[in-house]
Design a protein around this ligand. Structure first.
Ligand SMILES: [Zn+2]
Ligand SMILES: [Zn+2]
Ligand SMILES: [Zn+2]
Ligand SMILES: [Zn+2]
Length: 189
């Protein structure tokens, strides 16, 4: 009984990760959205290689001009292991028809409905968009502004009610590992 349950859980996890990878692959192939692997010190790290840049705009330029053909393969190796993807969606466009899209969800619906790409809408969303069009760090969902990227990054958790901490009220996390980090640092678990 126990063994059977374990096997089912494992299968579910694999397929959800596969669906997630397909979604992110379509977004990266068919739009000008670019991944941010992480922030290292005061720099933004490329989602595909080890280069780092001082501003999101420099990173985006680098990604769009350097990684034209090797996008999905590089991404599989680099940032998907964490199962959460940070995307720069500034001036978001569909590369197949040049349509301008305001939000990441608009792009996903656009690719699914206009270009028949098989998006998986029924999985937990682990893709977090950032728009750097204004000089302030601004949330794409509620337009709240922050001074530094790290604060905005942490704020985004509240828009992704994927995992919650049962020891705190109304504390949400995009993915399991962020929740575990929280439990470790705040509750010493
Ligand atoms: Zn790169
Ligand atoms: Zn299009
Ligand atoms: Zn917000
Ligand atoms: Zn907690």
């Amino acid at each position: 009984m126990t063994r059977k349950k374990k096997a089912t859980d494992a299968t579910k996890k694999t397929s959800e990760l596969d669906f997630h990878f397909e979604n992110i692959k379509f977004i990266l192939l068919y739009s000008n959205a670019t991944p941010i692997r992480s922030r290292i010190g005061s720099k933004y790290a490329c989602g595909y290689c080890t280069n780092q840049y001082s501003t999101p705009a420099e990173l985006k330029d680098h990604t769009l001009y350097t990684h034209v053909t090797d996008k999905p393969e590089c991404l599989r190796i680099s940032s998907l292991s964490k199962y959460v993807v940070y995307l720069d969606v500034t001036d978001l466009e569909c590369l197949m028809c040049d349509a301008r899209l305001k939000k990441l969800e608009d792009l996903m619906h656009h690719l699914k409905n206009y270009h028949d790409e098989p998006f998986h809408m029924d999985i937990k969303n682990h893709i977090i968009p950032f728009d750097f069009a204004t000089s302030k760090m601004q949330c794409v969902d509620c337009c709240k502004q922050f001074d530094v990227f790290e604060d905005l990054q942490e704020h985004m958790n509240c828009h992704y009610k994927n995992y919650s901490c049962e020891l705190c009220d109304d504390t949400w996390f995009v993915n399991r590992s962020l929740m575990m980090d929280h439990k470790k640092t705040v509750h010493f678990l």
